[in-house]
Design a protein around this ligand. Structure first.
Ligand code: NAD
Length: 446
């Protein structure tokens, strides 16, 4: 699980050698620690609209060093382009080229964020072209940035502005080191709901969260991250993983529930356990998942069915129970773990990709049902994450797979966990039915 190459090229001799040979030079990413500054260096807000002014004023109240114009040669922490009034592709030129002039001054690990409006549903072809243009611009720019810098976009639906709580929540997430491995992605803010937490280091204070597949890997890290952010935890895993589950539960002072999520009563048992041990349930993270890879020509019933049952059918059944429950009605949050395999496809994974694409379809269709009670459901789609699972991939294949993204390295379980913690927080209350990739802008497929 150690990325020796990244360590090597960040040492003096290794750095010089990689540069001379034209080899990838993955940066050591800045990752979140409570108490660290949100951004290192000034933040330039580019754009002349009233929404750009309001955002700049809001960012000042976060104690950021905000500029409306870059000072030449001053090292920058972030550049935010507010593009909310685009009517024609020609409108892109001024803000984009203004930002271009500051790119060389962006610090290592810096951030570029666009704030614009979605193209879908716009009747003017020119306005739709301009809005869609931001998509291509941002994704290309993300591929040009180096030294751990990222570029991501916030899309404001009708009825939301740059200062809607969830727009600010998304901007804050993309600015922060919590989003270290999220690159080249857009997040749509669909309603003005949500609230920024009083304590930004403990945004889940007082919440009760259930995490499935929590005995190891990404699930165990999700539990640690939600605990650090203030949540009380119900940790779910199969009885065979009971000892590991108990160890994680002790570590995060949560309660363990040994349960196969594919059982017919799994939803009822999670609800009952949370009610008895914690008095409530606010957040459910569907993380448990399995792979049973085979080319389709060699696929058997058992491999196909076990993956579909555990990875998607169980989530559908548990969600039905959650939606019908009385004590999952106060701004509930569901976050599902999908995979970039479900977006781009992967050889040997027809069953897995069908299940993970299914998760995305489920999330989009369930979103309106949760909105009725002020709740949300979203998915994260991890790319190559450094886990026991990916450590078992043969060396050469693994080495290629982990470099095939804009950040030229694999992500960590913590990167997936940070994104889930954000989507589970009140700051994301206006983000519903979204799939956010945590893949360092994987270059393969979508
Ligand atoms: P893992 O195999 O290390 O952990 C999965 C956990 O789920 C295990 O503790 C397992 O016991 C539990 N589990 C399996 N079936 C269960 C069931 N029926 N009921 C209850 N618990 C069950 O896997 P991981 O790498 O930590 O992956 C976690 C999630 O992230 C999965 O949904 C996986 O598909 C997804 N994912 C992982 C990667 C990656 O690179 N590792 C990439 C994309 C998506």
């Amino acid at each position: 699980m150690t990325d020796t190459y990244t360590q090597l090229v960040n040492s003096g001799a290794g750095r010089n050698l990689a540069r001379k040979l034209g080899l990838p030079q993955p940066a050591v990413l800045r990752r979140y620690q409570p108490g660290q500054p949100l951004v290192v260096g000034p933040v330039v807000v580019v754009g002349n609209s009233p929404a750009a002014d309001s955002l700049a004023t809001e960012l000042l109240s976060w104690d950021l060093d905000v500029r409306r114009h870059a000072v030449p040669a001053e090292k920058l922490g972030a550049i935010i382009l507010v593009l909310d009034e685009l009517e024609h592709p020609a409108d892109l030129e001024q803000p984009v080229l203004s930002a271009a002039g500051s790119l060389r001054d962006l610090r290592a690990g810096g951030r570029v964020i666009t704030v614009s409006r979605p193209a879908a549903g716009v009747s003017s072809p020119a306005a739709a072209a301009a809005r869609q243009g931001v998509d291509g611009f941002l994704r290309s720019l993300a591929k040009e940035l180096r030294a751990g810098a990222t570029a991501n976009g916030v899309l404001l639906s009708d009825g939301t502005t740059t200062t809607s709580p969830s727009a600010l929540g998304a901007i804050r997430f993309f600015l922060s080191s919590r989003s270290a491995f999220v690159d080249g992605q857009f997040l749509t803010v669909s309603s003005p709901d949500g609230a920024l937490p009083a304590n930004t280091d403990r945004p889940l204070e007082g919440k009760v969260a259930a995490v499935t597949g929590a005995a190891r890997g990404i699930g165990a890290q999700i539990a640690r991250t939600l605990h650090r952010d203030g949540a009380m935890l119900v940790l779910v895993d199969i009885p065979a993983a009971g000892d590991q589950l108990a160890a994680v539960a002790n570590e995060v002072r949560g309660t363990a529930l040994q349960l196969d999520i594919s059982g017919a009563d799994a939803g009822a048992r999670i609800l009952e356990h949370a009610a008895q041990r914690h008095g409530r349930l606010d957040i459910v993270v569907h993380n448990a998942g399995i792979t049973r890879d085979k080319l389709l020509a060699n696929m058997d019933h058992s491999r196909w069915n076990s993956v579909i049952n555990i990875n998607i059918a169980a989530q559908l059944r548990i969600n039905e129970a959650l939606l019908a429950a009385d004590h999952f009605r106060s701004s509930p949050r569901i976050v599902s773990v999908a995979s970039t395999s479900g977006i781009a496809g992967n050889r040997g994974q027809t069953n897995y990709a069908a299940s993970k694409a299914g998760v995305m379809g489920m999330v989009r269709a369930t979103a309106p049902l949760l909105a009725a009670s002020g709740g949300t459901i979203n998915a994260v789609a991890p790319g190559f994450i450094e886990t026991e699972m990916t450590a078992r991939i043969p060396f050469a294949v693994r080495e290629v797979a982990r470099r095939l993204n804009s950040l030229q390295q694999g992500g960590l379980p913590a990167d997936v966990a940070e994104t889930i913690a954000f989507l589970a927080s009140d700051a994301a209350g206006g983000i519903n039915g979204e799939v956010l990739r945590v893949c360092g802008q994987n270059l393969v497929g979508a």
